[in-house]
Design a protein around this ligand. Structure first.
Ligand code: THU
Length: 141
């Protein structure tokens, strides 16, 4: 299979997986369900849903749940694609915290962020488009 076709197939699988975990969202406060699924540079796939907390501040977004699973299970270094599914009319882009965490494990042009509803991916951005001039680990050297 050609590289482009293979990537399109992978993105389709990520969308399906992100939709699958929507039902697990723990969101008694906002009542908003979010699902996310990513593929790492090594081809591993991880998914996550949003997990809210009575303290509100302890809430973790779906994207970060998927990312933290990927890091703790496979020592993931780089996200290739990450899909975010919501049930909103206008699909949500990742929040600022999530953009910063994606940047920690991403590349400005190689990491692609796909926002979607249950039916399909609606828009795709590079990490650099969503978080230009990111503060990053190289700044700490
Ligand atoms: N949420 C996500 O899971 N991802 C985002 O990118 C935006 C917000 C969740 C957090 C909270 O549970 C609910 O959506 C409302 O903010």
């Amino acid at each position: 299979m050609r590289k482009k076709n293979k990537e399109l197939q992978q993105i389709k699988i990520l969308h399906k997986e992100a939709v699958k975990v929507l039902k697990n969202a723990y969101s008694p406060y906002s009542k908003k369900r979010v699902g996310s699924s990513l593929i790492t540079e090594k081809g591993h796939i991880f998914s996550g849903c949003n997990i809210e907390n009575a303290s509100y501040g302890g809430t973790v977004c779906a994207e970060r749940v998927a990312i933290f699973k990927a890091v703790s299970e496979t020592a993931m270094k780089q996200i290739r694609h990450i899909v975010v599914v919501t049930e909103e009319k206008k699909p949500w882009t990742p929040c600022g915290f999530c953009r910063q965490v994606i940047a920690e494990f991403g590349h400005p042009t190689k990491t692609q962020i796909h926002i979607a509803n249950r039916e399909k991916i609606v828009e795709t951005f590079s990490l650099g488009e969503l978080l230009p001039e990111a503060f990053q680990k190289s700044d700490l050297k």
